[in-house]
Design a protein around this ligand. Structure first.
Ligand code: HEC
Length: 111
């Protein structure tokens, strides 16, 4: 009985550590690419809160990763307000996709 409980605890630990790691890697990448100069996760800075971006686009399938990766590298205007986002050409296609995946993961899980 005790063994069973601690086994589950261990499994739960491994899973949550994985999720936490993905979150930190995404945030670290965003920091290293200077996204956080204009964005915050929870609140508006120059650009929209990344959580709001996630809420708008999450659950719309894989195409959203490409769409957002394109927006990250190419910049955009008009989706969130008057201030445009300049093209982030220092971000590789691969990193842009990682950032897009991380941003989409910030939305609260849909039931
Ligand atoms: C100079 C400020 C600035 C920087 C740096 C910046 N952003 Fe933005 N970002 C904005 C603004 C402003 C908007 C809103 C643009 C709009 O209304 O279409 C935006 C919008 C976005 C969107 C939503 C796009 C859409 O079509 O809804 C994403 C995703 C995003 N930024 C991610 C990033 C990532 C990732 C980085 C770092 C590589 C980054 N941004 C760097 C200012 C910035």
């Amino acid at each position: 009985m005790h063994l069973k409980i601690s086994l589950w605890a261990a499994v739960a630990c491994v899973f949550s550590a994985g999720a936490v790691q993905a979150q930190t890697v995404g945030l670290d990448l965003a920091k290293s690419k200077a996204c956080m100069a204009c964005h915050q996760v929870d609140s508006k800075r120059v650009g929209p809160p990344l959580k709001s971006v996630a809420e708008r686009y999450a659950g719309q399938g894989d195409a959203m990763v490409d769409y957002l990766a394109g927006k990250i590298r190419g910049g955009g205007r008009g989706a969130w307000g008057a201030v445009p986002m300049p093209a982030q050409t220092h971000v590789s296609q691969e990193d842009a996709r990682l950032l897009a995946e991380w941003i989409l993961s910030l939305a609260p899980a849909k039931q």
